[in-house]
Design a binder for this molecule. Structure first.
Ligand SMILES: Cc1ncc(COP(=O)(O)O)c(C=O)c1O
Length: 357
């Protein structure tokens, strides 16, 4: 693929804005350039790297009206050798295309996603932060641009990769547990719907539930399936719990759960991690009896979000263990982030070095 480059002169690049910063916000800063290409008449055209700037799209673009839009989230890290490494981006590229199938959008060939990203990261390597718990957050996205008010799959799309040098998702990093609200009032996904896709509309639809959770003093909702019987996932994380015997359980992937790359990686790393269909009544009984000793969420942004308490619509409150971060969660966080940062060996081959083009 021939990627054309329209780059800012070195004197207009802004990466020095990070100089002297000892912490970074999550998702606020933007790198100087982005990778973009368009889809028209059945093919991808005009792949290019250009300055980060507004798009020009018609007011009738399908994405704006009917939400035909999907995205991904991944990270790159600067190691002690000074080189930049991406973490399992091939899995994100694959998942983008699974989401595309669910939303009737064209595939973005995985090699094009990978090459676009690597070229962009090579140009933006000075933006990859070194501050502890920071990374270069990668946001690929695909949205429908055909100008029509008919409800149908768009014939035109834009694929873009933007980058954001970011600190930890929670200011202060991995240092405290959160509370989750178990509610029967909101559902994230239903069978046959878009729950397994990383579709923009899923997140729009989760905002009301998130606000409701906040009003009850919880960080997020732990969603149940549409029959209020089984645990599903959190707003932007898979859920897990740890039993007294040390085994780690993640709800089975269904078409109402996003298949988390963090969960998949944990399942590959830990011999005593497994997936199960988890009944809410069993879960609550096991938290109350102390059989469940730790719990949390898995996702790229925060890696692990430890959960110390669950509250319910009826006002019940259940503490997990002693409510603090448990040893299994802590050790897993250290091991996972150690592999990402290059301080522990990458025995699974999950890291890919950004070439110097
Ligand atoms: C709904 C949802 N579930 C789970 C996850 C975790 O997935 P991953 O570990 O691939 O980031 C995310 C975040 O990407 C998400 O948005």
């Amino acid at each position: 693929m021939e990627i054309s480059l329209k780059l800012l002169p070195e004197s207009e690049r802004r990466h020095a804005v990070m100089d002297g910063m000892d912490s970074l916000p999550f998702g606020q800063l933007r790198c100087d350039h982005m990778f973009v290409m368009e889809y028209e008449k059945g093919q991808w055209i005009n792949p290019r790297i250009e300055p980060y700037a507004n798009f020009s799209i018609p007011p009738g673009a399908i994405a704006l009206h009917y939400g035909q839009a999907i995205f991904e989230g991944a990270k790159a890290f600067r190691h002690a050798d000074g080189e930049i490494y991406t973490f399992r981006f091939n899995k994100n590229a694959e998942r983008l295309n699974r989401s595309a199938d669910i939303l009737c959008m064209p595939h973005v060939p995985e090699d094009m996603q990978m090459e676009g990203l690597m070229r962009l990261l090579d140009i933006e390597r000075k933006w990859c932060p070194t501050i502890p718990e920071s990374s270069l957050y990668i946001r690929p996205f695909l949205f429908a641009t055909e100008d029509t008010l008919g409800v149908k799959p768009s014939g035109k799309h834009i694929f873009c990769i933007m980058l954001s040098p970011s600190g930890p998702y929670y200011a202060g990093g991995f240092n405290k547990t959160v509370t989750l609200l178990i509610t029967e009032q909101f559902h994230r996904a239903t069978p046959g719907g878009t729950g397994a896709a990383k579709a923009a509309g899923n997140y729009a639809a989760s905002l009301r539930a998130q606000e409701f959770a906040h009003s009850k003093g919880a960080a997020q909702v732990l969603y149940l399936d549409a029959t209020n019987t089984y645990l599903e996932e959190v707003g932007a994380m898979n859920h897990f719990h740890v039993l007294r015997d040390g085994s780690l359980i993640i709800p089975e992937f269904t078409d109402t759960i996003l298949q988390s790359i963090t969960s998949e990686s944990v399942l590959e790393m830990l011999p005593n991690a497994r997936q199960e269909r988890i009944k809410l009544t069993d879960f609550v009984a096991m938290v109350q009896s102390g059989e469940i000793v730790e719990a949390g969420g898995f996702g790229t942004a925060a890696v692990i979000t430890p959960v110390g308490r669950y509250i319910t619509d009826a006002g019940e409150s259940y503490e997990v263990g002693d409510g603090s971060i448990g040893p299994v969660t802590r050790a897993l966080y250290e091991r996972y982030t150690g592999i990402q940062k290059g301080t522990l060996p990458d025995t699974h081959g999950w890291l890919q070095k950004v070439p110097h083009f």
